[in-house]
Design a protein around this ligand. Structure first.
Ligand code: 5GP
Length: 174
């Protein structure tokens, strides 16, 4: 693949600052309570790990893997559950951690999946990025760190054809 030019959108420092703010809110909300953090692989891996390191509540980390069919830079709107095995989440506090809410179909799929299979104590959806202008279903993350415009974002877990996930910042490809 040709090497693409990546423009920096959000620096490593800005990301870490926002994650600390989010962790402070979650630590206050769940003080003394156990939480199940569900990381949606692969894109949310960096965000989930950095967030988890700042949470000072009793925490279990679970990992599920989804993919959406389609071309590298356009979601088809079909969600493919590659591995969605989870423990019993009845009566548990659940935080779903995702990289980006774009059309909203993945977020809706996950919330519907959790609600259909478990009676949780609480479920919140937490996304690093919110791309509001491309939404196709009526869903908003309960928490998010940054609003982004309709650009293709890479870095800090987000990929283009499995590349660029290791960048410590968020950038976009023109
Ligand atoms: P949805 O359209 O269902 O809200 O998002 C589906 C998935 O598409 C996201 O979890 C993410 O993996 C991927 N996605 C959406 N927008 C972008 C983007 O700008 N960059 C990258 N790398 N992936 C995206």
């Amino acid at each position: 693949m040709d090497k693409k030019e990546i423009k920096i959108l959000i620096t490593e420092e800005e990301i870490q600052h926002k994650i600390k703010e989010l962790a402070d809110k979650l630590n206050a909300k769940y003080k003394g309570e156990k939480v199940y953090l569900i990381c949606v692989l692969k894109g949310a891996v960096m965000f989930a790990v950095d967030l988890a390191k700042r949470l000072n509540i009793p925490l279990s980390m679970e990992f599920i893997r989804l993919s959406s069919y389609g071309s590298a830079m356009a979601s088809s709107g079909l969600v493919n559950a590659v591995d969605i095995s989870l423990p019993n989440l009845n009566d548990k506090n659940v935080i779903i951690v995702e990289d980006i809410v774009d059309t909203g179909l993945t977020a809706k799929f996950l919330m519907d999946f959790i609600n259909a299979n478990f009676k949780t104590k609480s479920t919140v959806f937490c996304s690093l990025l919110d791309k509001k202008s491309t939404r196709k279903v009526d869903i908003e993350p309960d928490y998010y760190c940054f609003d982004v415009d309709d650009k293709f974002i890479v870095g800090y877990g987000l990929d283009l054809d499995q590349q660029y996930r290791n960048l410590p910042y968020l950038g976009y490809i023109e």
